[in-house]
Design a protein around this ligand. Structure first.
Ligand code: FES
Length: 72
């Protein structure tokens, strides 16, 4: 299955599919074999890289639309 990433309105990125997730040190993060994970997009989670719901408490406002990257 291809990996699917969806930005939830004012919330996390939902990542679906078979992924390997690593922290900044290169250590593999246990995703518990879940078919989908919610990754924090607001920066407020205390369970990073996972969303813990803090985005709703801090009033995070995410972009409403994706902006295409230009090739450099
Ligand atoms: S997106 Fe949910 S805690 Fe950051």
């Amino acid at each position: 299955m291809a990996v699917k990433i969806t930005a939830r309105p004012n919330g996390p990125y939902i990542v679906e599919g078979d992924i390997d997730l690593y922290d900044p040190t290169g250590a593999k993060v246990d995703t518990g074999g879940r078919p989908a994970v919610a990754l924090c997009r607001c920066g407020g989670s205390v369970a990073k890289p996972f969303c813990d719901g803090t985005h709703s408490k801090i009033g995070f406002k995410g972009a409403e639309a994706a902006v295409a990257q230009s090739k450099k």
